[in-house]
Design a protein around this ligand. Sequence first.
Ligand code: HEC
Ligand code: HEC
Length: 280
Amino acid sequence: MVRLQIALGVIITVVGLIVVAWIALNEDANLARRDEEILARRIERGAVLFEQNCYTCHGFSAQGVPGLGPPLNDREMLEQRVKEVGWPGSLYSYLVRTIAGGRIVSTRPEYLGGKASDPNAMAMPPWWEEYGGPLRKADVEDIALFLQNFEEFPPELLAEMATPTPEAGEQQPEEGGVDAVAVDLFTQLGCLGCHSLATVPGAVGTVGPPLDGLGERAASVIADPAYTGNATTPEEYIRESIVDPSAFVVAGYPDVMPKGFGDQLSEEQLNALVQFLLKQ
Ligand code: HEC
Ligand code: HEC
């Protein structure tokens, strides 16, 4: 009887231990799975942020744009770059730092086509808000994770995700009116990467002309005999500048503004942008 009780006790203890171990192991697996899910979500977020902020100079698939920005879609190339520039840390830390602070001094002059007019402009604009950019720290980190794990998001997928975002403005037409829509578009379409504008947080780009005072300046531009476009009013001039940037190329700047905005924007969105810029 006593032996039976001992045996039973042992069995119960062993079964108990097995159950506890099983729960613990499963918990580990659960945690690991959750970590993976969080990482995947952050990479996806990074891809979307890249599509919104970086495509103008680095291309929709991060394949680079001649004269404007180097390719970033090749991890091996990026790892080589980190060694080339003598960065002592990891690829991730190199990416975070470069994206957050931009680059003051160019290391790749072949991509400075966009800055021909201002040799002192930053080689790449800063993106972290602390440094005057439009993004939060977590945004910068998610973009770095995306670039570091680019293989999982091949160009085809990104190109698909990168279909323009005209719904950006439609989401909140009532919330702050036309100006809020315009600021949103200015940010989402990457205008701020190339143009500075005091009324839009993070708009510090130097590839194109500053847009402050544009409403007033536009009248004298179209009155100038050097003007080659078809606009007869400041409003028409701004519209033309967005949908047909080559109609008139502002003196001292290269003809690199993307040509597809006319197709990406709805009439309402284009109007919101034009009215907003007219007031600057
Ligand atoms: C206005 C154009 C422009 C925009 C917009 C831009 N970049 Fe750049 N980027 C550049 C240029 C030019 C360089 C090369 C700088 C140099 O000469 O060293 C560069 C370099 C880089 C590098 C370093 C590459 C290397 O080989 O060392 C990274 C990483 C990078 N950009 C990421 C981004 C990300 C992420 C975004 C969006 C948040 C972005 N860039 C937006 C122009 C731009
Ligand atoms: C890749 C860089 C780039 C992007 C992105 C870009 N632009 Fe430009 N933009 C330029 C350059 C360069 C010029 C000057 C050359 C020209 O006139 O085409 C310019 C000119 C302009 C002008 C005429 C300015 C003047 O002083 O007469 C307006 C208005 C303008 N852009 C608005 C926009 C808006 C709005 C967006 C976003 C929807 C945008 N740009 C996106 C580079 C860019």
